[in-house]
Ligand binder design. Structure first.
Ligand code: ADP
Ligand code: MG
Length: 748
């Protein structure tokens, strides 16, 4: 069928209609594909071995089976669904292999779907059915199995006699490995499958992204071969070889984009900030009341080295809560101030900005009182700039930033506003900020006199290595993996109020014990209170149980089990000065029990707090719980965290809590977290509703592939930054860079 003339006219970029004919419009509508190349990247969802098909004569209830069978009868019935009300549809089908029959039933709520199904599963057609065997009135049957029908485009015209004939020949024409494609209710799988088969035969050149040398070295099949073997393998070995090659391609394009971004950053000039002897940093170090851990020293060396180089630093610093990231960042800020520049610290919330301001000012002591009476001779000033400052305070902070009086400016996103100017912004530290991408960087570059500032992003949410390499791939990564000495472990227990109602009382008694011993306690609730207050954390969306709220729990505790203790509330609806006041009083030991929402999630640092009780803990994600409990056990006292839940033993949400209780290894937990979410969410594709560019590659499983692709991409981009010699790769890189998908690469 594939004449040489035809093959030369159909290219990777040809319109879909050249291979899908009149079906092209439907396929485009269903999947967004426009070209032959798009279509060829519609990879099978599953491969079924013809030899592994079940024998209809020997099946048993509850067994999962896959059969290829011919449809003998098919009849659509409508009925009234009493439970839901309204009309529903039931397609009753009988399928047969050579000597056995099985009934198959599909239930549908929508008439057009039921109608489509009836059209697809027609008597005389042959298809593959996969599902779990059930029984109905003593008879074995499949209910709503997955199915894939084998049709030909000419089938429409074949009469009854012809159809029977065709079914008979089908078995032999079915390949050894049957590919199952993602399909929709409007596009039948065989339509996609036929168009793909035609495209494979007709397409001229298939873009070859990998240089010959890489292909040889890694024993990869060619791109054309890989596509053919993925769509129509003769053996599992072929399918595996194809998947291995194409999986690598996916990693490779992503890593090439990131390598180019890193190269572009390296090509930019930034002011080197090498500091000076006897400056603020040296004097700060001299008075530091503890020794830096080995990890802190190592990361500090890397950071200070970056600052002294002539191009912008772009580094991610990850480390458990309390691992001492802030000290590392502060040392780097002082180095920049010593070099005559300014540093900005960007915090995600007002509470955190205020807290950073308090603790940094305290750590610096008289070094932070530059130009003031009693300040160190060449000290600097630390300014706070947040959205809620009064007009006068705001004007003063802005003036200090613009004049250069303030060497360190701490704030929220208010810092990024146009009005805010710096005398010489050399360094930006971003704390726990997940949306700091290219735009924000550009906004800051504009403030630093055009040359981009050095950037350090800090996060306590551990990111598995491969995700860091993919999502934050244009950042260099440093990790603080040890906690400073004297940090006591946190013990975490699940308090299941459904199974063990007595444990809650015991929990309240523990709170009283902690307070009696002079310590303080956090109680965390998923809601503020009142009507729909919009603080619902990520949770199973169909869950409608009422959730504990700060406004209910605080008085309940104060008047009940915690009577006599100093109980206060903290949440996002309080006025900013009220919030600040509560935090200050808690930090000062004037409050025993702080009942709050997740406003305390990141960075809040009260060393004397030793216990946390989280109500409706199942409402929070794994990482969030881990962050929350990091608030306790910071002062060298052992910490206790109780996860209160109404969820019964064995439910998935309970497994999540058990995982959090069983380990304090943040990396392990982030893995659990990611496994529970769909991988697409990690890459943000579900948000944009677009298909992910990663089809075969798993950022969680394929670490070795990603590492290898990164190394190779690095070498290629270093030798040929614009990818002149690799036009096909350059094209794919350009497309990925321009697509919505690129947004996920900018989360850094
Ligand atoms: P992170 O920002 O990673 O959560 P911080 O830098 O806020 O951690 O440090 C947490 C606490 O530990 C702070 O009170 C800090 O002063 C203290 N700390 C930091 N480094 C050390 C160290 N090397 N030895 C002892 N205490 C330290
Ligand atoms: Mg911190």
């Amino acid at each position: 069928m594939a004449g040489p003339a035809l093959r030369s006219t159909i290219t990777w970029d040809s319109k879909l209609a050249t291979v899908a004919g009149t079906g092209a419009a439907k396929i485009e509508k269903a999947f967004g594909y426009r070209t032959v190349g798009d279509l060829l990247q519609h990879y099978p969802r599953r491969w079924v071995d013809k030899g592994s098909l079940s024998d209809l004569g020997a099946i048993e209830p509850d067994e999962h089976i896959t059969v290829i069978a011919e449809v003998v009868r098919s009849k659509l019935h409508s009925y009234t669904d009493r439970r839901r009300g309204g009309l529903a549809f039931r397609l009753e089908v009988v399928v047969a292999t050579e000597d056995h029959q099985l009934s198959v039933t599909y239930f549908d709520k929508k008439k057009h779907i039921a109608g489509w199904r009836e059209q697809t599963i027609r008597p005389g057609s042959t298809g593959l059915f996969a599902g779990k065997v059930g029984t109905f009135r003593g008879q074995l049957q499949l209910t709503n199995p997955q199915n894939q029908m084998f049709g030909t485009s000419g089938e429409e015209d074949v009469g009854t006699a012809g159809a029977a004939d065709e079914a008979a020949t089908h078995w032999d024409s079915i390949p050894q490995l049957i590919t199952i494609y993602p399909a929709t209710s409007t596009v039948q799988s065989w339509q996609v499958s036929e168009a793909i088969a035609l495209a494979l035969d007709l397409v001229g050149e298939v873009p070859e992204l990998l240089p010959e040398s890489v292909r040889t070295e890694h024993d990869f099949v060619s791109a054309r071969q890989a596509l053919r073997w993925l769509h129509r393998p003769d053996s599992w070995a072929q399918k595996e070889a194809a998947a291995r090659r194409l999986r690598f391609d996916e990693a490779f394009v992503t890593q090439a984009v990131l390598a180019q971004r890193r190269a572009a950053l390296m090509a930019q000039a930034a002011e080197p900030r090498a500091g000076r002897d006897g400056g603020l940093l040296d004097r700060f170090d001299a008075r530091l009341p503890f020794t830096l851990t080995d990890g802190q020293q190592e990361v500090s060396r890397a950071v200070l080295g970056d600052l002294a180089a002539g191009h912008p630093m772009h580094r991610l610093l990850q480390g458990e809560v309390g691992s001492g990231k802030t000290v590392v960042a502060l040392r780097a800020m002082l180095r920049v101030v010593d070099s005559g520049g300014q540093a900005a610290l960007l915090a995600p919330t007002e509470v955190l900005a205020q807290q950073h301001h308090r603790s940094i000012t305290a750590m610096l002591g008289d070094l932070a009182a530059g130009g003031m009476l009693g300040g160190a001779a060449d000290g600097t000033q630390v300014a706070l700039l947040t959205g809620s400052l009064g007009a006068a305070a705001r004007r003063e902070a802005m003036l200090d930033a613009a004049s250069g009086e303030a060497g360190i400016v701490i704030g929220t996103h208010a810092l990024l506003e146009d009005k805010v100017q710096f005398a010489d912004l050399g360094f930006v530290v971003v704390d726990e900020q997940h949306r700091f991408g290219v735009e924000q960087r550009a906004a800051l570059a504009a403030k630093s006199g055009g040359s981009p500032p050095h950037v350090l992003v800090m996060t306590a949410t551990p990111i598995p290595r491969t995700v860091a390499m993919t999502v934050f791939g244009d950042l260099e990564t440093s990790t603080l993996s040890e906690l400073p000495a004297g940090r006591a472990p946190i013990q975490t227990s699940v308090v299941p109020v459904a199974d063990q109602p007595g444990w809650l009382e015991r929990g309240f008694a523990r709170i009283r014990e902690e307070v009696a011993a002079g310590h303080q306690v956090y109680v965390v609730c998923p809601r503020i209170g009142g009507a729909d207050d919009g603080t619902v954390p990520p949770a199973d969306s169909d869950d409608s149980r009422p959730m504990a709220s700060v406004e209910d729990v605080a008085p309940m505790l104060a008047e009940g089990p915690l009577q006599g203790l100093r109980v206060e509330m903290l949440h996002g609806r309080l006025a900013p000065d009220r919030k600040d006041e509560v935090m200050r009083r808690f930090a000062g030991g004037e409050i025993d029990v702080l009942v709050s929402t997740t406003v305390i999630e990141v960075g809040v640092d009260v060393a004397n707090a030793t216990m946390m009780m989280i109500f409706d803990a199942d409402r929070f994600g794994v990482s969030q719980l881990h962050q929350l409990r990091g608030r306790v056990g910071r002062g060298g006292f052992p910490g206790l965290c109780l996860l209160v839940t109404g969820i019964e033993d064995g439910a998935p949400a309970r497994e999540r809590l058990d995982a959090v209780a069983s380990t304090t290894d943040g990396f392990e937990l982030s893995r659990v977290d990611l496994e529970q979410r769909r991988e697409g969410d990690v890459l943000g594709s579900s948000q944009s509703g677009r298909r992910s560019s990663l089809r075969l590659l798993s950022v969680l499983r394929d670490e070795d592939v990603i590492v290898e692709a990164r190394e190779i991409a690095e070498v290629i981009v270093a030798a040929d930054p614009d990818l002149h010699d690799h036009p096909m790769l350059a094209e794919q890189v350009r497309r990925l860079d321009e697509s919505d998908q690129a947004a996920f690469l900018e989360k850094g």
